[in-house]
Design a protein around this ligand. Structure first.
Ligand code: PMP
Length: 353
């Protein structure tokens, strides 16, 4: 018997971190920014004229694209925007990895990559990181249909550095190489200056972490105009009005406030460095993080046990039940107060266990 059930596309979805709406929970599980977005975001929302919502938004999001172009000293033609970098990355998978050759990415990286590859029927091969979670450029020299690497890597927090990544881009002129820089503003080096030199390089960033706008969903890609044009074409063959009017305004206002951005970034980085010191004192090991999270294992106790103890105490971190990393916790950087509360709890807990 043939039925409608045979026509359903079956997929294995990405599982996002929990979003419990509990007021006094210390939420350190999805790498959000603990501070509010730039003050202008609130002014715009308060003064917003709802009347204009009868009109469709600008499909090219020109206001936002131009604000991003100004901030990064680019031309409008070098910028694509989407509804979070998840949207930008999904569009990029559809646009650039349309090949029978395998897409390459590190075996430990953003777990959405496998999901998109499967959803869009893209063959892929995961390249193992070494025992210290480091990338080796020569591993990406084989035949491939594209490459995607998060830098700094997630969930390890490691910055591979420009040299290694540039070698990969240079060795693969026939494939698009995407560098997913979701966390770059917290202290890593961006490859953006290289887009003029390499026409196969696409740099993707987001407003969700460093600009504290995860709730608005804004991501963007920067690259040479031919790549950017191809992205808009695929987006426009899918849904032309993905980003709403309010979000376009909020994004533009947010990126224009450079001073707030820098102050708020410095606070997160200072809390991270303090937390590193304290975690080390408590017997945790972790690669040096250039992000707004720390990926740590304890010298004695299994990660899953600490995860549950923290959760019971109202502190939510992320644990991945995946090979090679299931003894690690990914701890997002919150406010100083939140980090102090977490360390105080761990201090007591580890003394008794
Ligand atoms: N890339 C990486 C490496 C991430 O960790 C995330 C956050 N989950 C994203 C992209 C997507 O972020 P967003 O869609 O909020 O921009």
């Amino acid at each position: 018997m043939y039925g409608w059930k045979d026509n359903i596309r079956r997929v294995r979805p990405y599982i996002p971190g929990e979003q419990p709406e509990l007021k006094d929970m210390i939420k350190l599980n999805t790498n959000e920014n603990p501070y509010p977005p730039a003050p202008a975001v609130e002014w715009i929302l308060r003064g917003y004229d709802a009347e204009e919502l009868n009109r469709y938004p600008d499909p090219s999001a020109t206001l936002l694209v131009d604000a991003i172009a100004r901030r990064y000293d680019l031309r409008r033609e070098e910028v694509f925007v989407g509804v979070g970098s998840d949207d930008v990355l999904a569009m990029s998978f559809m646009t650039f990895f349309h090949s029978n050759r395998p897409l390459l990415f590190p075996d430990i990286s953003y777990s959405f990559y496998d999901v998109w590859a499967e959803t869009f029927d893209i063959p892929y091969r995961k390249i193992p990181l070494d025992d210290h979670f480091e990338i080796h450029s020569e591993d990406y020299a084989g035949e491939n249909g594209g490459i995607i690497i998060p830098n700094p890597n997630a969930p390890t927090g490691i910055d591979a550095g420009q040299e290694k990544l540039e070698q990969i881009i240079r060795a693969n002129p026939n494939a698009v190489v995407i560098i997913d820089e979701a966390y770059v503003d917290f202290g890593a080096v961006s490859l953006l200056p290289l887009i003029d030199r390499y026409d196969n390089l696409l740099v993707v960033q987001t407003f969700s972490k460093s600009r504290a706008l995860a709730g608005s969903r804004i991501g963007f890609a920067m690259g040479n105009p031919e790549l950017i044009r191809a992205l808009w074409d695929v987006r426009n063959s899918f849904n032309s009005y993905t980003m709403d009017r309010i979000t376009q305004k909020l994004g533009a206002a947010s990126i224009e406030d450079e001073e707030y951005f820098q102050v708020q970034l410095a606070r997160v980085v200072a809390s991270r460095e303090w937390t590193k010191k304290e975690l080390r004192r408590l017997g945790f090991y972790f690669p040096d993080s250039r992000t707004n999270f720390i990926f740590a294992r304890h010298e004695r106790l299994p990660a899953i046990e600490i995860f549950h103890a923290l959760k019971e105490a109202g502190i939510l971190v992320r644990h991945f039940a995946l090979p090679k990393i299931d003894n690690y916790l990914r701890i997002s950087i919150g406010t100083d107060q939140q980090m102090q509360d977490m360390i105080r709890f761990l201090d007591h807990y580890l003394a008794d266990h």
